[in-house]
Design a protein around this ligand. Structure first.
Ligand code: MN
Length: 499
């Protein structure tokens, strides 16, 4: 994914006119120094822009409205160096449309025991100034992340980094377009949902195109284009004789390349950030897109199979949050269990469409029959994924709200070759343990489709959910099933009362 450096967050410091010019000058200098430090810190992926100190209702309102309308501004960080009476913030906060982080910090880390006088006390009032601000944000029920600590602390920088990435993903959703080729897989429930509500709440749109529109793009692909991309495949992947030039399955690889080029052209022309298709609607396609989808996901597109339009959106959001990180954020499906009590595992995969960025070794490009869809044998990349800490996240429509279910897992390096399984696969142990995690997931209504993230922690999704006003259900090391069921019931009440 590309860099997030073209995006900016605004650093807004609150104060009031009471203090006199000298104190305000000092406050501004301190604030500028903090903003410059955050801006230059490599742990923070976006620009941090200092904004002149706001001292009254009008300045606050004007600054926030300007943040709302600045295209590249993805959120604001507020800090009260001095005391900023919070009724002054009401009008501005009512207008705020961007994510908010409240940085509860102090310019000096330590109390200067020997030199501290009343001037110092007068200037360094965050300890109570930020409480006054916090009260009004809570009273107005505005979602925000509160980060406490000295502004140079690694821990503080990491909290800001995570929030900035969540805000960037939210920014990416606003006005985003996802295309749905065909409709839903027949009779499937969890992949359905309210697309109108999603657009109102999340800012992205999902619209359909008949598969014929895609076929037109594929038909327009030239032989030269195909030959060029076949060369790329040969460089990147292991090709056995049957799929190499002159091989018995070369034609299927050729067709898959053509599908990739057509699909890529379609997505680029339409400025789409993700897509879904279904094996039940492939009219005019010679094979189910497998290889094409694997490679497009690697390039940053969100995707899920069978008409599922919610998973592409969350896959895309996770890809944005993880911009520049090692590891993958991939469309995944819980496929098969290993119920060995000493080594319980989930095998995750999909029919074909497993994100190529998960590959821990050079993928094999293979062609095999597919039992469903009734089309020609599709090409796909086959590989194993690396182990390590990971999580699964699933976005579902509960009818009256959207819910994000997250489960932390331990990815496992596969010791088995699975020589007869012609798809890419991932193995993991869910936390806290297989039985608790799977039961909890099912109680929460989590889908079989997820985004599998190798580099995001729950905090990214918590920040994202807070910004998106999205219910978040976390299953992790501390989950106990009886308490989990109670928490689900409490959450139900909360959302019933909220709406
Ligand atoms: Mn599926």
């Amino acid at each position: 994914m590309s860099s997030l450096k073209n995006l900016e967050v605004w650093f807004i410091t609150g104060s009031q006119d009471l203090y006199g010019e000298e104190t305000l000058k000092q406050a501004a200098a301190h604030s500028e120094e903090i903003a410059a430090f955050l801006n230059s810190n490599t742990n923070i992926p976006v620009q941090v822009k200092f904004k002149p100190i706001v001292k009254n209702t009008t300045e606050i309102y004007d600054t926030i409205v300007a943040a709302n309308t600045e295209q590249n501004c993805i959120g604001i960080i507020t800090w009260m160096h001095t005391f900023s009476p919070a009724k002054m913030w009401i009008r501005g906060l009512q207008a705020l449309q961007k994510p908010l982080l409240h940085l509860h910090t102090q310019f000096n880390r330590d109390i200067p025991w020997d030199t501290m006088d009343m001037d110092f006390m007068n200037l360094n009032q965050s300890a109570h100034g930020d409480r006054e601000f916090g009260f009004i944000v809570s009273r107005m029920k505005i979602a925000r992340k509160v980060v406490t600590g000295y502004w140079q602390d690694e821990d503080v920088l990491e909290r800001i980094n995570i929030w900035a990435r969540a805000a960037a993903a939210w920014h990416d959703w606003q006005g985003a377009k996802f295309v749905r080729f065909g409709d839903n897989m027949r009779y499937v429930a969890v992949t359905e949902g309210d697309k109108v509500e999603a657009e109102i709440k999340f800012g992205f749109s999902v619209n359909t195109h008949g598969i014929g529109d895609l076929v037109e793009e594929i038909d327009a692909v030239t032989e030269d284009q195909v030959n060029a991309i076949l060369k790329e495949y040969e460089n990147l992947y292991v090709l056995n004789a049957d799929v190499s030039e002159g091989g018995s399955k070369r034609k299927q690889v050729y067709d898959a390349a053509k599908i990739e080029l057509g699909l890529r052209a379609f997505l680029e022309k339409g400025n789409y950030k993700g897509f879904t298709d279904t094996f039940e609607d492939l009219h005019g396609l010679v094979q189910l897109p497998g290889l094409a989808v694997q490679r497009l996901m690697q390039d940053g597109y969100g995707f899920a199979g069978e008409g599922d339009w919610k998973t592409p959106a969350i896959v895309r959001a996770c890809k944005i949050m993880a911009s520049g990180y090692e590891g993958a954020n991939a469309f995944m499906e819980d496929y098969t269990y290993h119920f060995d009590p000493k080594n319980a595992l989930v095998l995750g995969s999909h029919m074909l469409e497993v994100d190529a960025s998960l590959a821990s070794d050079k993928p094999k490009l293979e062609v095999h029959p597919l039992g469903i869809g009734g089309k020609d044998d599709p090409a796909r990349l086959v590989f194993n994924a690396k182990g390590g800490k990971a999580l699964n996240a699933s976005l579902v429509d509960m009818g009256d709200r959207f819910r994000l279910v997250v489960n932390t897992v331990q990815g496992i390096d596969s010791k088995e070759d699975l020589p007869k399984l012609p798809v890419a696969r991932v193995l993991w142990q869910p936390e806290p343990d297989m039985k608790t995690a799977c039961s909890a997931w099912i109680y929460a209504g989590g889908a079989h489709h997820t985004v599998y993230s190798q580099n995001l922690t729950p905090e990214y999704l918590e920040d994202f959910a807070r910004i998106a006003n999205l219910e978040l259900i976390l299953i992790d090391k501390s989950t106990k099933l009886d308490q989990f069921e109670k928490d689900l019931r409490l959450s139900e009440i909360y959302y019933k009362m909220k709406h």
